[in-house]
Design a protein. Structure first.
Lengths: 380, 315
C-alpha cells in the first residue's frame, strides 16, 4: 500500500522494518541454515484488485512459503486467496475483524473492534465524559468500531453530541471543526486509522483554537512522526492506544542496525511486522528442518501456545482455536499513551519521547460483553 | 434525509465566514483553468499537476529536514514561493508553446484534453518518485496571525489568499478589456482560425497565457500546502472542485468562476458544519452539486443576453 496517503511515512518504514527483522534472523544463522527472503508487493492505495494480483504473483511467481503481514485496506479481501492457495499469513494487521476469525491468519495487532471497546472503556474510566464526539473513517470497519465506542459510553450514561465521518483524503476539515466546537463535547474519540485524515482535523482545530475540554483520544497514531504532524496544540491533552509498548530495546537496536533510514519513522505497525517476522522464525524453528505449511499451521495453532512479542514490547498472542480471544493477550489488551511533547522521536536509549504511559490507566483491556461482530455469538 | 428540516443558527455565521475564506482554495485554480480554456478551448488538466507540484515542491523547498542534516534546503517561504511561481510559469509556458503551436493547435479538443491529463499524471509521477512528502502543513509567507470574525478564526494566510485572488481577477479583467494582449486573447477565444488570418500571434499569445495561468496554479498549490497540507488526494480533490466552479461561467468568465468558488465554499462548509442538520457525506455532495448546477441553470436562464464581445472579454 505504498500509494496510500503518507505511504512513505507509514508503509516504507514497515517494509524496511520487516527487512531488518529478516536480516537480523539471517545474520544469526537463519532457520536451520535457511535464509529468510522477504518480498514486498505493492497494491497501490490498497486496491482490492491489486491486492489479489499481489497474492497471485507472490504465490505463483515468487513461490512464497508464507505471507508475513499485510498493510492494506484490502486485507479482508485476500482471506479467500489465503484459503485457496493454502498460504498462512503471520502478522495480519487486523484492519478487519475477520482476520482474527480466519484460521489461515495470525494477527499481531489488536482487532479494531476490540480496540474500540478497550479505548472506550479507558475513556469511560479515566476521562469520564458527560458528552463525547466521534470522528470516524467512512469505512464499514471503522463505522463499526465507532458504534462500539458509542455503545460503551452511552451505556455509561454519556451522550454522543456529534459524529463526523471523514474520507481517506479529506481536503480540509475546518467545517467539521466548526460543527464539533458548536456541539461542544467533553471529549472526542477518533477511529480513523489513516493519520492524514485525523492530522487535518488537529491542524484545523489548532487554527480555530479549539480543543475539547477533556481532550481527544483514538487509535493508530503511536508514531515517531506524530509530533511533526500534530505540533504543540494537542500536547498533554491527546492520547493514543497501541498494541505494543514503545519502543522495545531489541526492536530499536535491530532497526538502528539494519534499517537506519527508519530513524524518526518508527510506528506501531512497524513493530507489528517486526514481531510477526520473529514469531514466524521461532515457529519455523519448532516446525523443524523439513518445513511444510501444514506443520507451521499446527505449531501456530498449538493449544496453550503463547507467542511472545519480544523484550520490552510486553505483548503476547494466542492463536489456537478457542483461545484467540484470551484475556491478557494482544486481542484484548494494549496500552494507552499520552502525547506530552511535540518531539516524538525516540530517545537514544530507545525509550519513547513525546509519548508517556498514561498515568491513570496504562494497560487498557476490552472487557466489554457484547455479541461477536462476526459470528453473532456471545464471546463473554 | 433531514435537509431543510433543521437550521442551526449558532454555526451559520462561522461557517459562512469559513466558506468565504475556503473560496481561496478553489479560486486561483479556477481562474487559471478559465484563462487556458479561453485560448485553447480545452480543459487543461495540466493545472492539476502544477497544483501538486506547487504544493509538494514548495513544502520540500521551505520545510527544513527534521533531523537538521541533508535533504531539504529549508528556504524562506517567500523565496520558495517565487521559485514555485517561476517554475509553474516555465512548465506551463513550454506546454503552451507545444499545444498552441502549428502542429498541435489543430488537434481535436478531446485529444488535447487527454494530452493534458497525461501531463498531469506525468508531473504527479515525477513528484512521487522524487520527493518523500510528509504531512505537515507547510510554512506560509504570510504568517499565522489570526483574527476572529463572527466567531470564526481566520488566518492571515487565508486573508492573503483571498486578496491575491481579488487582485488577480481585477488585473486580468483589465488586461483582457483594455490592452492589445487582451484583444489578442479575446480574438483567439472567438475564432482561432480567423485570428491567425488577421495576424494574431497565436502561439505567442497561447504560450503567454499558459505561462501566466501556470504561475497561478503553482502559486495556488503552494498556498494549499500552507493551508491544508500535502495530502495528494485532498489537493486533487480541491483541483476537481475548482474545475466544477469554472462551469458557473461556462469556462469563460473569471468573475463567475470566482463567484462559483465562493458559492461552493459557502454551501460546502455550511453542510459540513451542520447548519442544516447532520447530513451524510453522500447527501452533502449531492446538495453541493445541485447548488452548483442550479446556479448554472439560473445564470443561463436569467443572465442578460450578451454580445460576443462581452462574452469574449470574460466579464
Amino acid at each position: 500500500m505504498h500509494g496510500m496517503p503518507l505511504g512513505n511515512l507509514l508503509v516504507d518504514p514497515m517494509v524496511r522494518g520487516m527487512s531488518a527483522a529478516a536480516a537480523a534472523i539471517n545474520d544469526a544463522g537463519g532457520v536451520y541454515g535457511r535464509k529468510l527472503k522477504y518480498i514486498d508487493c505493492d497494491d497501490g492505495p490498497g486496491e482490492t484488485s491489486r491486492a489479489k494480483a499481489c497474492m497471485k504473483k507472490l504465490v505463483e511467481q515468487d513461490k512464497i512459503f508464507s505471507m508475513l503481514t499485510t498493510l492494506s485496506w484490502s486485507s479482508a479481501a485476500i482471506g479467500d486467496d489465503l484459503a485457496r492457495y493454502q498460504i498462512p499469513l503471520v502478522g495480519a494487521w487486523a484492519y478487519s475483524h475477520t482476520e482474527w476469525k480466519d484460521p489461515w491468519q495470525f494477527p499481531t495487532h489488536m482487532s479494531m473492534l476490540h480496540e474500540a471497546y478497550a479505548g472506550a472503556e479507558w475513556v469511560r474510566d479515566v476521562i469520564k465524559p458527560k458528552t463525547f464526539g466521534l470522528i470516524c473513517l467512512n469505512a464499514p470497519e471503522m463505522q463499526k468500531a465507532c458504534a462500539n465506542v458509542n455503545k460503551v459510553l452511552t451505556d455509561a450514561g454519556a451522550k454522543m453530541v456529534h459524529k463526523v465521518d471523514v474520507s481517506l483524503t479529506p481536503g480540509d476539515l475546518s467545517a467539521e471543526v466548526v460543527a464539533m466546537r458548536s456541539a461542544n463535547p467533553d471529549h472526542i474519540i477518533h477511529y480513523v486509522i489513516n493519520p492524514a485524515s485525523i492530522a487535518k482535523f488537529v491542524v484545523d482545530a489548532a487554527q480555530q483554537q479549539y480543543w475539547p475540554p477533556k481532550g481527544m483520544s483514538g487509535n493508530h497514531l503511536a508514531a515517531e512522526i506524530l509530533g511533526e504532524i500534530f505540533g504543540d496544540w494537542p500536547v498533554n491533552r491527546y492520547w493514543t492506544n497501541t498494541t505494543y509498548k514503545l519502543w522495545g530495546p531489541e526492536y530499536m537496536a535491530t532497526i538502528r542496525k539494519y534499517a537506519p533510514n527508519n530513524q524518526g519513522l518508527n510506528h506501531h505497525i512497524v513493530q507489528a511486522g517486526y514481531v510477526a517476522t520473529n514469531i514466524f522464525a521461532n515457529a519455523m524453528k519448532q516446525v523443524g528442518p523439513e518445513p511444510t505449511r501444514q506443520k507451521l499451521l499446527q505449531v501456530l495453532n498449538t493449544p496453550g501456545a503463547v507467542w511472545d512479542a519480544g523484550p520490552g514490547l510486553d505483548q503476547k498472542f494466542m492463536w489456537a482455536p478457542g483461545q484467540r480471544d484470551s484475556e491478557g493477550t494482544g486481542t484484548r489488551s494494549e496500552y494507552m499513551y499520552k502525547y506530552v511533547d511535540a518531539n516524538t522521536t525516540a530517545n537514544k536509549d530507545n525509550s519513547p519521547h513525546g509519548f508517556a504511559p498514561d498515568p491513570d490507566k496504562f494497560n487498557i483491556t476490552d472487557t466489554y460483553p457484547d455479541d461477536d461482530p462476526i459470528q453473532g455469538t456471545k464471546y463473554r | 434525509m433531514t435537509l431543510g428540516l433543521q437550521f442551526n443558527g449558532n454555526v451559520f455565521a462561522p461557517s459562512l465566514v469559513n466558506g468565504v475564506v475556503s473560496a481561496g482554495l478553489y479560486g486561483l485554480i479556477a481562474v487559471a483553468m478559465v484563462l487556458t480554456f479561453r485560448v485553447s478551448r480545452t480543459v487543461a488538466f495540466l493545472h492539476g499537476g502544477l497544483v501538486l507540484m506547487g504544493s509538494i515542491f514548495y513544502w520540500w523547498l521551505t520545510t527544513p529536514n527534521r533531523f537538521g542534516v541533508g535533504g531539504r534546503p529549508g528556504l524562506a517561504p517567500w523565496v520558495g514561493t517565487v521559485i514555485i511561481v517561476v517554475l509553474g510559469a516555465v512548465i506551463a509556458g513550454v506546454y503552451g508553446l507545444v499545444v498552441t503551436g502549428n502542429r498541435m493547435a489543430g488537434w481535436p479538443r478531446v485529444t488535447l484534453t487527454t494530452f493534458s491529463l497525461a501531463i498531469m499524471l506525468l508531473i504527479g509521477g515525477i513528484l512521487f518518485e522524487t520527493i518523500d512528502a510528509e504531512s505537515q502543513t507547510a510554512r506560509t509567507p504570510f504568517g499565522r496571525h489570526t483574527v476572529k470574525i463572527f466567531g470564526q478564526y481566520v488566518t492571515s494566510h487565508q486573508i492573503a489568499t483571498l486578496a491575491i485572488i481579488a487582485v488577480v481577477v481585477v488585473v486580468l479583467s483589465v488586461v483582457l478589456k483594455a490592452t492589445r494582449t487582451g484583444i489578442y486573447i479575446r480574438a483567439v477565444a472567438d475564432n482561432v482560425a480567423g485570428s491567425r488570418l488577421v495576424g494574431v500571434p497565436i502561439n505567442r499569445v497561447g504560450t503567454g497565457v499558459y505561462a501566466v495561468s501556470g504561475a497561478l496554479s503553482a502559486l495556488a498549490g503552494s498556498l494549499l500546502a500552507a493551508q491544508i497540507g500535502l495530502d495528494v488526494g485532498g489537493n486533487l480533490g480541491v483541483f476537481l472542485r475548482a474545475l466544477m466552479v469554472c462551469i458557473l461561467g461556462g469556462f469563460n468568465s473569471l468573475s463567475l468562476a470566482l463567484a462559483g468558488a465562493v458559492l461552493l465554499g459557502v454551501v460546502d462548509n455550511m453542510l459540513r458544519a451542520g447548519v442544516f442538520g447532520a447530513l451524510s457525506m453522500g447527501t452533502q455532495e449531492l446538495v453541493v452539486f445541485a447548488a452548483i448546477f442550479g446556479a448554472v441553470m439560473a445564470i443561463n436562464r436569467f443572465r442578460p443576453q450578451q454580445g460576443s464581445e462581452a462574452l469574449a472579454e470574460g466579464l
